[in-house]
Design a protein around this ligand. Sequence first.
Ligand SMILES: [Zn+2]
Length: 274
Amino acid sequence: MKAPLFFNLFLLITSIISQSVSAQNCLTAIDSARYQYELANPQSFKLHSIDQNKRVFHIRVFLFADKNGDYGITDLVIAESFSQLNTDFLPAGISFELTQTDSIEYCQYSQFAFPDELRELKVLYYKAGIINLFLVDEITSSLGNPLNEGYTEYPGGDDLIIIPKDFMADHGLSHQMGHFFGLYHTWETIFGTELPDSSNCPTAGDRLCDTPADSIVPISTGCNPTLATWPNGVGFAPPISNQMSNWPDCRCRFTIQQYNKMAWESRVTRKYLW
Ligand SMILES: [Zn+2]
């Protein structure tokens, strides 16, 4: 019984530390409705045959200028981000098309205050029946972290992603789109904390067993897994290359079970979009 107690104490400490570490921070979080839905509908976590017939999702971009009228991102960078997004989602039978870009001179949302301005952003710009992608310069939050990498609503919420322009490249858009199709962080704890040996993987962490337990303390730079070791000496190989990992500089791939869950969500909870 000593090991679990020690383990839980470690998790509490690292959780507290994580609030003060200046690192890349994702604002996408599970609300109670989504949590209850997942508990009541476990079929999305089961392996299904992935339907490779393309499901095409359309995206409308809302690009906000800063106070100087600078849009801060080129059409080429946006196009490259979409190309990378389509490559990343190809095995899930999901593809994306950019339908139009609205360049908005109004600089109110260049520095987007989360969650305070979320409601008015939706009232002013949100369009039904399409994925709304809002590109801002920075997302500020009450936590005071200057490196908030994005916010996305899970299935059951609105069809919305907010992402700072600097995070569009290097799979940042794929990370948020992973949330859009029902993926959780590999270090998620709302379902329970995944043990380093993954013995509780079906019911804890992100509830997918081909994504190992991840470091809860945010790690913003470097891809050296030797930095992430549990103090009790349990062997620990965090999924540093995973798109949903806590290793943002190293993200580049999804796993089979992640593709499977996203394919399921695209055919069921997000079906109205294609
Ligand atoms: Zn995230």
